[in-house]
Design a protein around this ligand. Sequence first.
Ligand code: ZN
Length: 183
Amino acid sequence: MGGNWRSLHLATPTPDPSPQGGGEKGAAVPLSFRMTRASPIDLALAQARAAAERGEVPVGAVVTGPDGAVLAAAGNRTRELSDPTAHAEMLAIRAACAALGSERLTGCDLHVTLEPCPMCAAAISFARIRRLYFGASDPKGGGVEHGPRVFSHATCHHSPEVYGGIGEAEAAAMLKEFFAGRR
Ligand code: ZN
């Protein structure tokens, strides 16, 4: 397959290639440095945890701006809102767009604990997200590296850079525990 994504690194957090100046923001990627300050994926994991406590599938998402500042954070609320589109990514994208007063999030990055589904992948493309960082892979419901592989189609007019496996172990454990508890 001739996927057109520029980079997909599985299970290997890749240092942010953008010039960050001070270097401190680069600390958002090495997950072993949890004590310094909460990285975006740690915030997303916290949102996932909170979602589980609400009885929602534990998925969390965070949108950061071009400068690395957190613009929005959300967890799944499909049950609470009776809305099948209320995935963490959709809510975070909506909130970030509202915060910026823009329909596009040019230069912004999305950090999410689970591989986005096809709906969210399409929204990520529409929002012109610069980079997508996701945690666990989702062979059953994912739409990025599985299923429709939304970003690899010619009809997808904007593909973010994609980095998988960010915070994967914790994200996957949370999902496993959640679904085990439902059986
Ligand atoms: Zn989704």
